[in-house]
Design a protein around this ligand. Structure first.
Ligand code: ZN
Length: 92
């Protein structure tokens, strides 16, 4: 079982370069992975499936509300970083 986290989102674009925003790519990757895990019968939850701003606490709540504090839960937090610039990522 796992949690699929689309990092950033909403007012937090993540890395930005030439009109490309990290949040858009992480959402696309997370939605693809979420659908694929479901197809394979893997119990999975997703932190966001649209362009929503989520706090770290809200991301963590999705995890604990879905699977509790089970030590067997795997969290996949998608990031697509860029070299240089002023962006940063917070890893859960
Ligand atoms: Zn990031």
């Amino acid at each position: 079982m796992g949690i699929n986290d689309a990092s950033h989102g909403g007012s937090d674009p993540g890395a930005v370069s030439g009109g490309l925003r990290e949040k858009d790519f992480t959402l696309q990757a997370a939605n693809y992975m979420y659908d694929r895990f479901k197809e394979l019968g893997v119990p999975v939850a997703i932190t966001r499936d649209d362009d929503t701003t989520l706090s770290r606490a809200e991301r963590l709540s999705t995890m604990t509300d879905t699977f509790g504090n089970d030590s067997k839960v795997i969290v996949l937090s998608n990031h697509i970083n860029a070299g240089g610039g002023d962006s940063y990522c917070v890893v859960l």
